[in-house]
Design a protein around this ligand. Structure first.
Ligand SMILES: Cc1ncc(COP(=O)(O)O)c(C=O)c1O
Length: 321
């Protein structure tokens, strides 16, 4: 479109004070940063466009990844938009409610009988042998992920007009939280803000090494035993036995004097219903874990500080009916 350069970053996502939820949860100064407003409905759009343009610039004709759905929908959308082929590998057990959309974006889907983390490794090798650009977490190209998510931090500070007291983010691979933290750190180094917010990480008791390591007070991330993790429809985006940016996310929790907590599937559903009821946003249950975590950890008796809840994904937009 005239006036919009291809390599311009996407516009800001909405940011607003959630006064109805404040009243319902007896919280003060609660703000929502709605990443579900991205074109394919999740925060993944922040990094997908950057990867696709980088892949094209480097002369690749195909971009590949392993995904449990949201990232695959996003990469395949931007690949289609910018004239690249995409190959999207999904675990066979995955609930699959974005596969039609991914196919509709022209991607080739590989359904493989493997856990997500093993599929990331499989695609790492396959991408190298097929000369595809690998956009999976932890790949040689993954530095771009930090750049993409740092923008969320810049927007929060510009939309709020100051650095908040807390930022709450769901944890899967830990990439989103680590990237937002890195954005705040850069702003502090440049003198744009004085203080970095305390980070709150939320994930699923069905398995996440970042929260598990945090709860043990370990500074070094330890992978979980693959056999103990259990995917459910609600927790799928957050379940992991290996978190590719887990060490970065764990460091961010310690460096920001933050905290991490588990949120059950029931709570994910309950808080997404609360968000829908009080703020008229339909969000993915996993992304509502960031609000549940705030409700768990914020002490109502202490001096109120700005709390920013990052809602990573919207719901009900990709049903095929
Ligand atoms: C909607 C949603 N929220 C949160 C996450 C977790 O993000 P990260 O893996 O960067 O920690 C994901 C990951 O797929 C996701 O799809």
């Amino acid at each position: 479109m005239e006036g919009i350069e291809e390599d311009e970053p996407p516009g800001k996502t909405p940011f607003f004070r959630a006064r109805n939820l404040e009243r319902a949860l007896k919280l003060k100064n609660l703000y929502i940063k709605f990443e579900g407003a991205g074109i394919t409905g999740t925060q993944k759009d922040r990094i997908s466009k950057l990867h696709v343009l980088k892949a094209r610039e480097k002369g690749y004709d195909t971009i590949s990844l392993a995904t449990c759905g949201n990232y695959g929908a996003s990469i395949s959308y931007f690949a289609n938009l910018y004239g690249m082929k995409s190959v999207v590998a999904v675990p066979e057990y995955y609930s699959g409610d974005r596969n039609d959309e991914i196919r509709g974006n022209g991607a080739e889907i590989l359904e493989v009988q493997a856990k997500y983390e093993d599929l990331v490794e499989f695609m790492r090798d396959k991408s190298s042998s097929e000369a595809w650009y690998d956009s999976s977490p932890g790949s040689v190209n993954s530095e771009i992920d930090m750049e993409g998510y740092e923008a969320i931090a810049y927007e929060i500070v510009s939309q709020l007009g100051r650095s908040p007291g807390y930022v709450s983010v769901p944890l899967g691979n830990g990439t989103t939280l680590a990237g937002i933290f890195s954005g705040f750190e850069k702003m502090q180094r440049r003198g744009v803000i004085r203080k970095i917010p305390r980070f709150i990480g939320s994930s699923t008791p069905n398995g996440n090494p970042i929260v598990a390591s945090w709860k043990r007070k370990d500074r070094k991330l330890t992978e979980l035993e693959p056999s103990i993790i259990r995917e459910t429809k609600a927790s799928e985006p957050l379940v992991a036995y290996r978190s590719y940016d887990g060490q970065k996310a764990l460091n961010a929790l310690y460096r920001s004097n933050g905290m991490a907590t588990y949120v059950s599937d029931d709570e994910m559903y309950r808080y997404s219903t609360l968000i829908e009821h009080f703020e008229m946003l339909s969000v993915l249950p996993a992304s509502a874990s960031s609000l549940a975590a705030v409700d768990h950890v914020i002490n109502r008796k202490s001096e109120p500080k700005d709390i920013v809840v990052v809602l990573t994904g919207r719901n009900k937009t990709w049903t095929t009916q």
